[in-house]
Design a protein around this ligand. Structure first.
Ligand SMILES: Nc1ncnc2c1ncn2[C@@H]1O[C@H](COP(=O)(O)OP(=O)(O)OP(=O)(O)O)[C@@H](O)[C@H]1O
Ligand SMILES: [Mg+2]
Length: 197
């Protein structure tokens, strides 16, 4: 079983793309966010930030056991998706795909998801700073890390690119991590103040 790890700021399309990939290839999906809020865990809720606080010391061993259980079923691929999927240890990672999205488009997507203004700002700032990508760069893993700009590429096409890279029909050269830089773009447009005040 090969593990495909997908990360990216909320709204970049991880869940949508994971589902589409599983339509294209025989892949199981593990959505860490869904598991984190499931009944098995009584995580604290942070009222101010409107988010669950996950105790990774309990959650991670549970996830790793679950990956081992799925492996017994022998599916060819397992997709692990979450904005915190960098918690997965290197030995469980075969490919990493970070989904990225232009801040203006991300704003629209998060509004559709009904995130409140504060949560939208927090996530857009994280996307501009490239947090999810940086967490993986810092892991210094051997597995290849790709970054896909989903701004003008629909869900089906993003899934297609990922499958092509895995099947080696695409050498992934255009998707090597480090090519997406919203900070530079907004700086040149003199718009950084719009997002960081
Ligand atoms: N490539 C895309 N093009 C246009 N719209 C997209 C694309 N990918 C996702 N969307 C839309 O953006 C919204 C967010 O997608 P999705 O819920 O899959 O993101 P996510 O990364 O899983 O977010 P979260 O971390 O909150 O779970 C949805 O409305 C989805 O239809
Ligand atoms: Mg999701």
């Amino acid at each position: 079983m090969k593990n495909i790890v997908i990360s990216g700021t909320p709204g970049c399309g991880k869940t949508s793309v994971a589902k589409e990939i599983s339509n294209l290839i025989k892949a199981k999906i593990m959505s860490l966010n869904e598991l984190a809020i499931s009944d098995e865990f009584s995580f604290e809720y942070d009222e101010e930030r409107k988010t669950y606080i996950v105790d990774f010391e309990i959650f991670l061993p549970y996830i790793l056991d679950k990956i081992e259980d799925i492996k017994q079923e022998n599916p060819p691929y397992l997709i692990i998706e979450s904005h915190f999927s960098d918690i997965i240890p290197e030995r469980f990672i075969d490919y990493v795909f970070i989904l990225r999205c232009d801040p203006d488009e991300l704003f629209r997507r998060l509004e559709i998801k009904n995130f409140d203004r504060e949560k939208i700002n927090e996530n857009i700032q994280a996307e501009i700073l490239g947090n999810c990508a940086n967490y993986f760069i810092q892991k210094r893993i051997k597995a290849p890390i790709y970054e896909i700009d989903t701004t003008n590429t629909n869900i089906e096409a993003v899934a297609q690119i990922i499958v092509e890279i895995i099947f080696e029909n695409n050498n992934g050269e255009n998707f090597k991590i480090g090519k997406v830089d919203w900070l530079e773009k907004l700086f040149k447009e003199d718009r950084l103040n719009e997002f960081f005040d």
